[in-house]
Design a protein around this ligand. Structure first.
Ligand SMILES: Nc1ncnc2c1ncn2[C@@H]1O[C@H](COP(=O)(O)OP(=O)(O)OP(=O)(O)O)[C@@H](O)[C@H]1O
Ligand SMILES: [Mg+2]
Length: 284
């Protein structure tokens, strides 16, 4: 089992190395990086490339670790017990009918090795990662209601993504292999653009890329645009048939490149950018 990138996903050498290290160590791969740098997509692509089904667990601020294991649906059981028909009565007696299996349960009991994505772990409360230590380490947990031990038949390949909104506990970090997806350099970005717009080598794209990296380079920007935003912008420029001149026109009235809203997401950043363009023009 080795990951060597896919047709739809541009993986740098060090990213492939990290994925394979996690596979070898049989430890979760903790992936960090700016929003839109392909963290979630990585899990999908690796699972696809290795021919594994992917189970996804998208974490919210209200998500509890227990939900990934199982939940006991006492309300349904109570309701069923109040229905007097025979079938309902049979059902109520077996507690297994009221155990709702979570993604970890499904991953542990799958008949083949699966990949498991725990997406945006930093959204949950601070206890969440600690509550999953044993499950991730030993790949087993105990179901008290049915008194059974759920143990992984095959260790799932676990991907954990984080946007760094919260620090993760040291004990949790110890159990992971870590990779930071660096923001792609111009050459890598070109490869990513090629993947999404195959065969397109227009001057418009290179001019747009230039503007994009210039925008990212602006000092004091509140939110830097990322890969997915560049792709959105290119898509729009192509769909709207924006002429090349629009990207570097000397006309004052079109100081800002068209559809910049795909890249800059707040008014301070737009103002900053306008100022810079203005200064550049007057220095010429
Ligand atoms: N290396 C890459 N190869 C191909 N496409 C990429 C790559 N990186 C990012 N993309 C594009 O960017 C989009 C966003 O990627 P993804 O959703 O995985 O980002 P993310 O890092 O999970 O972001 P967030 O932190 O906001 O969840 C993808 O759908 C894909 O189109
Ligand atoms: Mg994501």
């Amino acid at each position: 089992m080795k990951f060597t990138g896919t047709e739809n996903y541009v993986a740098t050498q060090d990213l492939m190395l990290s994925v394979n290290a996690a596979i070898t160590l049989q430890r979760p791969l903790l992936v960090k990086g700016e929003p839109g740098t392909g963290k979630t997509l990585l899990a999908e692509e690796v699972a696809g490339a290795l021919g594994m089904p992917l189970l996804q667990w998208h974490i919210k601020s209200t998500t509890k670790a227990q939900q990934g294991l199982y939940e006991y649906d006492a309300v349904s059981r109570l309701r069923d017990s109040q229905l007097s028909d025979i079938e309902g009565g049979e059902r109520v007696r077996d507690i297994n009918n009221y155990i709702v299996k979570g993604v970890l349960w499904q991953a542990f009991t799958a008949e083949q090795p699966v990949a498991l994505l725990i997406d945006e772990i930093d959204k949950a409360d601070i206890e969440f990662p600690n509550d999953l230590l044993r499950e991730i380490d030993r790949m087993e947990f105990y179901c008290y209601e049915t008194r059974e031990l759920i143990r992984a038949k095959y260790r799932p390949l676990v991907f954990i993504t984080s946007n760094n909104e919260k620090e993760l506990p040291d004990a949790f970090l110890r159990r992971c292999f870590f990779h930071y997806i660096k923001f792609p350099d111009a050459a890598t970005m070109q490869r990513i653009v090629d993947v999404h717009f195959p065969g397109l080598k227009s001057e418009l794209v290179s001019a747009a890329m230039k503007t994009f990296f210039a925008v990212r380079g602006l000092p004091g920007l509140k939110k830097k645009p990322s890969t997915s935003e560049l792709l959105d912008w290119l898509k729009l420029l192509l769909a709207e048939d924006i002429p090349l001149e629009a990207l570097h026109s000397k006309d004052e009235s079109t100081a800002v490149p068209p559809l910049i809203g795909a890249l800059l997401k707040n008014e301070q950043d737009v103002t900053l950018f306008e100022k810079l363009m203005f200064m550049q023009r007057h220095n010429r």
